[in-house]
Design a protein around this ligand. Structure first.
Ligand code: FAD
Length: 396
């Protein structure tokens, strides 16, 4: 099946691509992978331009100020925005806010929507998602040590988490905690609870240094703790014991978006690789692209990108036409396949650039550092491969 965007979507994609090329890619030379530090004002101006073009928050519902586009369209938009490290942030659809907004929209009460969802979509506040724990395997989502015990009208949270991305400067966290440890069904023991980060008992212990890079603000990954952290029971999201169900919902379309952003990153690395191969001389009369080895890098990368793209759009098509529960195998397939395809494309692009590839003079090194984690977060490769194989073997 050819996944062609509609005329309307193509027009939006053209505007976004033009904006990325004219307004965002030129900033990269100055930002040089310092990313957001000290550049908030410039990024704010770009966000305002996106608002003025009525392209803000493409992934979010219209009634909250987004564009209210269907999954297939937003998938292609993520691909376009992935071509620069600032794309998602400037268009108001960056993780983890986009995923948090999605479940708040679906499951939040009207009070929760007014307090948390609207300012989040407006870009006035940021959020984080605290599930992974230091002491137990994050790959097993039913194993949590963080507890939320009832006391009067409140929950009292205690626990130790890490890789709570973007916690630094966030207004609130969506926290996965055990509320029903006695529930017979293991998947009904945890809940998602909204915790404002100014609540006493919430501690940001440190921003973790990841691959030599200690992020700040939106671009951070924090170790955090909850020590007798008290919030109203009204802060539970989607009902008690619904944590696992909500996290599955959050991750379904979310993985389509992650994968399409990765394909956008791979496209950018591919473009850089091809342009450099055509211009970098290896002798006074020959360029790198004259080498057959370099040609295989280009062909293999083209195959990685096209196969990834078709698989992801196919998974999005199944979600749109049949529903997320019919796409579980395909979602796991794309999660590990595209993360690895991206790794291969980035690696070849970096290799072709030689010393320049290791420098931060191109975005390749930054993508490479940032996206090694693609094979770990939202489910490690092994977990998704086991899940795919289990589903396939059931049919035999
Ligand atoms: C950059 C980054 C950002 C992140 N952001 C967030 C966030 O915002 N919020 C959040 O809650 N978490 C976040 N995470 C955490 C991430 O989701 C977890 O790291 C991931 O789920 C794996 O859990 P773990 O680290 O505890 O590894 P473990 O579960 O301890 O697994 C370690 C390794 O063992 C292997 N393995 C695991 N299970 C199996 C199995 N069944 N069979 C075979 N091998 C297996 C895999 O190779 C895996 O990588 C982030 C992580 C990174 C790196």
């Amino acid at each position: 099946m050819a996944f062609e965007p509609s005329e309307k979507t193509q027009a939006i994609l053209d505007m976004i691509n033009e904006f990325v090329d004219k307004e965002l890619i030129p900033m990269e030379a100055e930002f040089k992978n310092k990313e957001f530090y000290g550049y908030e004002d410039e990024l704010k101006k770009k966000r305002q331009m996106v608002h003025d073009m009525e392209l803000w928050a493409p992934v979010h519902p219209k009634e909250h100020g987004g564009m209210g586009l269907p999954l297939m369209d937003t998938a292609m938009i993520y691909e376009a925005l992935g071509r620069t490290p600032y794309g998602l942030y400037v268009f108001g659809c960056q993780a983890p806010d986009a995923g948090n907004a999605e479940i708040l929209h679906k499951y939040g009460t009207s009070e929760q929507k007014a307090e948390y969802l609207q300012p989040l979509i407006d870009g006035d506040i940021r959020s984080c998602f605290a599930m992974t724990e230091v002491e137990v395997a994050g790959s097993n989502p039913t194993w949590l040590l963080t507890t939320a015990e009832k006391d009067g009208d409140d929950y009292v949270l205690n626990g130790h988490k890490w890789y709570t991305s973007s916690a630094d400067g966030a207004e609130f966290a969506v926290v996965m905690a055990e509320t029903n440890p006695e529930a017979e069904a293991i998947h009904m023991r945890a809940s998602m609870i909204l915790v404002p980060l100014k609540t006493p008992g919430f501690n940001l212990i440190r921003n973790i240094s990841v691959m030599g890079h200690e992020g700040e603000g939106w671009n951070s990954h924090a170790e955090v703790s909850f020590q007798n952290c008290r919030v109203p029971q009204a802060n539970v999201l989607g009902g008690e014991g619904m944590g696992f169900v909500l996290s599955q919902e959050r991750l379904g379309p979310g993985r389509i978006h992650h994968c399409m952003r990765w394909i956008g990153e791979a496209n950018r690395c591919f473009d850089l690789m091809c342009s450099y191969a055509k211009t970098r001389r290896r002798t006074p009369t020959q360029v790198l692209a004259d080498s057959d080895i370099i040609k295989t890098y280009i062909a293999d990368s083209a195959a990685d990108i096209l196969s990834s793209r078709l698989m992801v759009l196919n998974a999005a098509h199944i979600i749109e036409t049949k529903g997320v529960k019919f796409a579980m195998k395909d979602i796991s397939l794309i999660k590990f396949y595209v993360a690895n395809a991206l790794g291969r494309v980035m690696d070849r692009a970096l290799q072709v650039h030689g010393g320049l590839g290791m420098s931060d003079d191109t975005p390749i090194a930054g993508y490479y550092r940032m996206e090694r984690a693609a094979r770990i977060y939202d489910g490690a490769d092994e977990v998704h491969k086991l899940s795919v194989a289990k589903r396939i073997l059931r049919e035999y």
